[in-house]
Design a protein around this ligand. Sequence first.
Ligand code: ACO
Length: 326
Amino acid sequence: MKRVGIIGVGEYLPKRVLTNADLEKMVDTSDEWITTRTGIKERRLAAKSEATSDLAIKAAKDALADAKLKPQDLDLIIVATITPDMPFPAVACLLQNALGAKDAICFDISAACAGFVYAITVAQQFIARGSARNALVVGAETLSAITDWQDRNTCVLFGDGAGAVVLAEAKSGGILSTYLGCNGSKADLLMVPGGGSRNPASAHTLGKRLHHIKMKGNEVFKLAVTIMAEAAQNVLKKAGLECKDIDLVIPHQANVRIIMAMAKKLNLAPEKIYLNIERRGNMSSASTATALCEAVRAGRIKRGDIILLDAFGAGLVWGACVIKWG
Ligand code: ACO
């Protein structure tokens, strides 16, 4: 089995900024409520002309340039998304065409906010077993397209963006362990009920606003803290490490209170947690992806550092990954 590492990172954030002050004009909310309850100050929104593949392409090109690879070098593309351009074909196929990565096999993964960690884990298996040499993994979301802009409970939380990594056999460091999980009995806590085969699009589903995110936020909150802490402990155990060995945690950015409660459970100092939620909101699979890219570019991750990715989301699903930065 080959050791697999990340050899390039990239990201793309749409230009438009939506601040809490903007949201105050749209729903009955306040900057004070959003900031204290979530830690979010602003988020990016895709332009009307931008779909998820448009964001993914820009992040992918950025990551390929960072890895010093050509699209033709890719033999696997996985896009983690819950907001594909359309039900099919997969965003990964659109990306393959746009990049000209004609030798890559392509598919999407639907694991909500844990999607990026799920996709890294799948790509790792391909490379470790010699079924692929170079893999592109993208977390890309246009959550603004499924956000109910009339629902203050959810619309203040989400943003759009894309992050990408290129994976290959590691010359040094690499992925030390991964850990994935799911509890499908909690599927009702977080969903978009309309638009699939259960409730195909109709005047009824539109009238009931079933094409938007529905969330029991409070229940998700409590489970998220426990899930993220347990995922961290399990993935570290698999790697033969302890919390004190971690140099930086890249958590899913759903709510700063969830992240800090998880850190407290693990006895992790706040300076060991990378946050971008204040500027980005929750971008589902793109949150961990962009946060990793930002942390690398900000010099927060150095060669030899032990990095923990830790995410949870609708499903409920969760995933964690320990990487020794090479
Ligand atoms: N502005 C002002 N008041 C609000 C707003 C708002 N934007 N939203 C809700 N409120 C009100 C509620 O109506 C409620 O009022 P009431 O007491 O009069 O009924 C009060 O604020 C408290 O509401 P809670 O839901 O209890 O607030 P809470 O502290 O739980 O925060 C939040 C809500 C931010 C949604 C939190 O529960 C959370 O972050 N949950 C987890 C979200 C998450 O992690 N999602 C998973 C990832 S997303 C994915 O997978 C796609």
